[in-house]
Design a protein around this ligand. Structure first.
Ligand code: SF4
Ligand code: F3S
Ligand code: FES
Length: 249
């Protein structure tokens, strides 16, 4: 037997909008995305929301629920008190298209800017056998579903629109870290590149990105901090720097 619960959902578009109140039936086991679907099926058929898998794997249903960046399909209604009003708003860091749908193309631009995996030219297909240990080293980073919750929460761009051109953001720092761990990705020095071109230096390790990652990737501890340490080593230790030039992996 369901109960009636209070919701406030941001409705609007790029010209502006407002929170609107709804009273919606909630049943046991439901998630926030179920409630949005119920609203679409009843009193708000034009409520815009992006979703796809309803299984926490496509990264589409990113939204802010009571001010916290979350996946709508993975946020159980039992997280909240029955008396609590649940407020759902679009990701704040990206421009609104309509209602809960934002324009996340910033992230695709940053993805395009990141140099692609490039093995040495003299390694022919089939020549190299990847070791299991190398596969496992970057496994954690490959779990990323590109929900961009980490990008949304990072204060470097959330509070400073002007930083966007110079800052790729946590999702792309772990992409760089992942490629850095690949034994055949030898054409780009990922640490130097992250420092020089991706704005790694803007990150002051607040770890908000790690806190919101639905895949529980230790973005800061396992990705960003080791990249920063190695970048610093290379920049300020002349021997490390020289060695890295002579013995390039
Ligand atoms: Fe989402 Fe985590 Fe990937 Fe960031 S690192 S885009 S929070 S899955
Ligand atoms: Fe931003 Fe994460 Fe660094 S939230 S400041 S990228 S630790
Ligand atoms: Fe795919 Fe939520 S709908 S992650």
């Amino acid at each position: 037997m369901g109960s009636k619960r209070q919701f406030r959902i941001w409705r609007g578009d790029e010209t502006g909008g407002d929170l609107k109140d709804y009273t919606v039936e909630v049943n046991e086991g439901e998630v926030v995305l179920d409630i949005i679907h119920r609203l679409q099926a009843t009193e708000a058929p034009d409520l815009a929301c992006r979703w796809n898998c309803k299984a926490g794997k496509c990264g589409s249903c990113s939204m802010e629920i009571n001010g916290k960046p979350r996946l709508g399909c993975m946020t159980r209604m039992s997280t909240f008190e029955e008396s609590e009003t649940v407020t759902v708003t679009p990701l704040r860091t990206f421009p609104v298209i309509r209602d809960l749908v934002t324009d996340v193309s910033f992230n695709y631009e940053k993805a395009r800017e990141t140099p692609a995996f490039a093995p040495p030219a003299d390694v022919a297909p089939g020549d190299y056998r990847m070791q299991q240990v190398d596969v496992e080293r970057s496994q954690e980073f490959r779990k990323c579903i590109e929900c961009f919750l980490c990008q949304n929460v990072c204060h470097v761009i959330r509070d400073h629109e002007e930083n966007k051109p110079a800052f790729s953001g946590p999702r792309f720092f772990i992409r760089a870290a992942e490629l850095d761990m690949h034994p055949l990705d030898t054409r780009t020095d990922r640490k130097e590149y992250a420092q020089a071109e991706m704005g790694l230096g803007y990150c002051n390790i607040t770890k908000c990105c790690t806190e919101v990652c639905p895949e529980h990737i230790k973005i800061t501890d396992n990705g960003i901090i080791p990249m920063k340490e190695r970048a610093v080593d290379r920049r300020y230790d002349p021997l490390v720097r020289l060695g890295s030039k002579i013995f390039r992996r």
